[in-house]
Design a protein around this ligand. Structure first.
Ligand code: C2G
Length: 133
């Protein structure tokens, strides 16, 4: 069984995330999503999530491409995760191009093209603008 692993916040889940998860899953037989906890997002990524970790986990677990959701608590856990979950492929969107090449010593590293026109930031901006009309 070819195991794929990917990381993210996945807040305000949108079709760009789904596109990524679909393609990641197609690279193997089993997809693990390591989901940033609320604390990690706030302390290390300076992101305030709209949905809590539990709600974001619930959403991801409902996606047909996702087989397992586990917490991402720090930047340093990836090597251990790849070993512990026996991941064969590490996948991220290409906004992270090159940032995780150190994992090539442990597994295949694949950066997939982002879905360009959608982002959580854009959604929030659009909602604010619409709210002003
Ligand atoms: N993504 C995408 N297209 C978009 C938006 C996001 O392909 N329009 C991808 C990102 O490249 C990433 C995944 O969807 O691979 C999750 O995106 P985020 O939740 O923004 O993840 P991020 O905050 O970048 O967290 O340790 C790594 C970090 O946890 C990554």
């Amino acid at each position: 069984m070819k195991r794929v692993i990917t990381y993210g916040t996945y807040d305000l889940l949108h079709y760009g995330h789904i596109n990524l998860l679909k393609r990641a899953r197609e690279l193997g037989d089993y997809l693990i999503v390591v989901l940033s906890t609320d604390e990690f997002n706030w302390n290390s990524k300076h992101k305030k999530c709209y949905f809590s970790y539990e709600k974001r986990k619930q959403l991801l677990e409902a996606i047909r491409y996702v087989d397992l959701v586990i917490p991402e608590e720090n930047w340093e856990q990836k090597i251990n995760d790849v070993k512990l979950y026996q991941a064969d492929v590490f996948v991220m969107g290409d906004d992270w191009q090159g940032k995780f090449d150190f994992l090539k010593d442990y597994c295949e590293v694949v950066y997939l093209p982002r879905t360009p026109e959608i982002s959580t930031t854009q959604i929030k901006k659009d909602l604010e603008t619409k709210g002003e009309k």
